[in-house]
Design a protein around this ligand. Structure first.
Ligand code: B4P
Length: 194
């Protein structure tokens, strides 16, 4: 299964990917987690990325594509993946298309989690208090929601125009949202088979 999870910051992509990976038997690949690992390791790229992330903006497409290519070349990704946080703009969607075509591994499904902005701001505020992630403070979350509306929302239209997009309500208990995603994936598989 090669799945892209789309959704605004705080819509639950990372949370749901972590729940789905065992059932689907594929790794969870989060570009946000990879960037935070680079920040924690203090690499030159990590230092550059930190300032951009703390400001609620997107890290450069070149850095992200290089990172993703390296990750998809690893053995565990041969069986598939859950991609969380990528693509975040149309240039990244296009780059992913080319990369997967080159690898002969087209996407099976794209699921978008839909959550109202007010709920997202509340969730990120809770995480900000618990974990202190700089980009979760309410002002930065509002900025990130602006970047999402401007740059990432068109990515959903890109996949919808190819008949690939499944939209799922991301509000509710974690298990409830997981079950909705699993149903959407079953619908996608049934449509693909017949
Ligand atoms: P990400 O790490 O992708 O951060 P995120 O959008 O906040 O999602 P995350 O997965 O962490 O949170 P989730 O929604 O699961 O990106 C961080 C930054 O990295 C970006 O702003 C950008 O700068 C950079 N970046 C990443 N990818 C990039 C790319 N491709 N190109 C350029 N830059 C990139 O959960 C949020 C909170 O909600 C959690 O606390 C969770 O517990 C809670 N929650 C989840 N589901 C819930 C539910 N059903 N009910 C209640 N709470 C819930």
């Amino acid at each position: 299964m090669r799945l892209v999870l789309l959704g605004a910051p705080g819509s639950g992509k990372g949370t749901q990917a972590a729940r789905l990976k065992t059932a689907l038997g594929v790794p969870h690949i989060s570009t946000g987690d990879m960037l935070r690992a680079a920040v924690a390791a203090g690499t030159a790229m990590g230092l550059k990325a930190k300032a951009v992330m703390d400001a609620g903006q997107l890290v450069s497409d070149d850095i992200l594509l290089g990172m993703l290519e390296e990750r998809l070349a690893q053995a565990d990704a041969k069986a598939g993946f859950i991609l969380d946080g990528y693509p975040r703009n149309l240039a990244q969607a296009d780059a992913l298309d080319h990369l997967l075509a080159r690898l002969g591994q087209p996407l099976d499904a794209v699921v978008k989690l839909e959550v109202p902005n007010a709920t997202i701001i509340g969730r990120c505020e809770i995480r900000f208090k618990a974990e202190g992630r700089a980009d979760d403070n309410p002002d930065t979350v509002r900025k990130r929601l602006g970047v999402y509306a401007e740059q990432t929302a068109p990515v959903a239209d890109f996949y919808a125009s190819r008949g690939k997009l499944q939209v799922v309500d991301g509000v509710g208990e974690l298990a409830e949202v997981t079950a909705r995603i699993e149903r959407a994936l079953q619908n996608e598989a049934a449509a693909a088979n017949g």
